[in-house]
Design a protein around this ligand. Structure first.
Ligand code: SF4
Length: 450
């Protein structure tokens, strides 16, 4: 038998990406997928099949970093059987690793770069393996790269990255740098292209999304000539794009929920949900966190939001056991929680992050067991609140964006971002359905199509 010679450059190369952390990291991974796809690589779900294996890391908690160290070591171990495997690590860990301490714990990783340097990935891969040709001509601003979207009907659209606020516990300003806003024209072009491709729901992403300031405001149309706030104006613009049915944004800061942004919550395509992080209900803790607002300010913002949109579902983030948090200060958080009657909340037990102000100047005084106890207090409160609030949906019809179907059940979110299951097949995926809710659990509303 005559063997056909196939040069390495002619075979199919594959990549495998694992993403840790927030929606912005997921959206960054979609951009990296575009870069690797542009180089001719194909995705694989199996790291053993990959020629390029990439971790997009998260630094928000030590547990997230520990998982990255574990996976990185695991993949480096795969090189024993496949020495040509290129292991890459990007995201928040390289972004904030100013002294190289984290890098030194990942000796077998070949490429280690902050998110914004993804534009150099083709050249750096080609330097290691010349068969991986840099087939793409990339702009220097990674935010202008078009993502390879995971779904057709829903998409993340990053409008801003980085942050100037320096909350004392947070690594974001170190990991992602200072706030950088994406060009308005680029954002609108992306949303129009998404709409043309059948996208129904866009989620605008930013570290303080409602602090968006357009670098190119001349691209605003005169839809609302009286508006001054660029973020509110952006919401008006996106509401005018045909085909887009739902607009969602995360995460805003209470400080920038001004009258124009609150008014924009009443725009027709706005989902009936707002995620508004509070972190603590104690003024002393808010001050130590450098959140720049008080408990009273937050409650006033919530009141204004509900006066404009009384039935809006509200979500939040809370950190328990922050440096020096007393039982009374935690009780103030519980009281605020009850007053706001949140529909969903994400609770974190405080974990000091090296390099942050809180790590440098405060003591981590709350014992681990006490943090866990406080976490459970909030978690139980969340579950009882959600159970009660979800019961109110029984007998009502909600609009659901059908995402997927399994075993005859379709799954998707209502405009309140509640998960809804109803009977149906895969042909419904990517469509909007009216669903009558028949039964409510904590995390799922069960219904049937109207
Ligand atoms: S506002 Fe605070 S918590 Fe949010 S990204 Fe900026 S520094 Fe971090």
């Amino acid at each position: 038998m005559v063997e056909t010679y196939m040069p390495d450059s002619a075979r199919t190369y594959r990549y495998h990406i694992v993403t840790f952390g927030c929606q912005m990291n997921k959206n960054d991974s979609e951009r990296i997928a575009s870069i690797l796809g542009g180089m001719g690589l194909e995705p694989t779900n199996d790291p053993k099949e990959a020629d390029v294996a990439l971790i997009n890391s998260c630094s928000v908690r030590q547990s997230a970093e520990d998982r990255v160290y574990g996976l990185g070591a695991n993949w480096v171990g795969l090189k024993a059987a496949k020495p040509e495997l290129i292991v890459c690590l990007t995201g928040c860990m390289p972004g904030r690793d100013k002294d190289g301490r984290m890098r030194s714990r990942l000796p077998g990783v070949d490429l280690y770069f902050p998110t914004k340097d993804m534009v150099y990935l083709p050249q750096r891969l080609a330097e290691i393996n010349p068969n991986l040709r840099p087939m793409v001509d990339l702009a220097s601003d990674y935010l202008s790269l078009r993502p390879t979207y995971q779904k057709t009907c829903q998409a993340y659209v990053t409008i801003q990255t980085g942050c100037n606020h320096f909350c004392t516990y947070c690594v974001v300003p170190f990991a992602r740098g200072l706030e950088a806003n994406r060009s308005l024209r680029d954002i609108l072009d992306e949303v129009r292209a998404l709409s043309a491709g059948g996208c129904l729901e866009v989620t605008l992403l930013g570290q303080i999304v409602n602090h968006y300031r357009a670098p190119d405001p001349e691209h605003f149309s005169r839809l609302n000539p009286y508006a001054k706030n660029d973020f509110a104006k952006l919401l008006w613009e996106i509401n005018e794009i045909p085909g887009i049915a739902r607009v969602h944004w995360t995460a805003p800061h209470p400080l920038y929920m001004d009258a124009e942004v609150i008014d924009a919550l009443t725009l027709p395509k706005q989902v009936n949900y707002l995620h508004l992080p509070v972190q603590s209900g104690s003024n002393e803790i808010l001050e130590r966190m450098n959140r720049r607002h008080t408990r009273e300010f937050y409650l006033e913002v919530v009141k204004k939001i509900r006066s404009k949109r009384p039935d809006i579902a509200l979500g939040t983030d809370i950190i328990v056991g922050f440096s020096g948090e007393t039982e009374e200060q935690f009780a103030a958080t519980v009281a605020l929680y009850k007053e706001c009657d949140f529909d969903i909340s994400y609770h974190a037990q405080y974990s000091p992050r090296t390099g942050t102000v809180a790590h440098n100047i405060f003591q981590d005084t709350v014992p681990r067991d006490e943090k866990r106890r406080r976490w459970w207090v909030l978690q139980n409160l969340l579950e009882s609140t959600v159970r009660r609030k979800n019961q109110a949906f029984v007998g009502k019809a909600v609009e659901v964006l059908a995402e997927s179907s399994e075993n005859g059940w379709v799954s998707g979110n209502s405009r309140e971002m509640k998960r809804v299951h109803f009977p149906g097949g895969p042909e419904l995926a990517g469509t909007l359905q009216r669903v009558s809710v028949e039964r409510a659990e904590e995390w799922i509303l069960w219904g049937k199509p109207v």
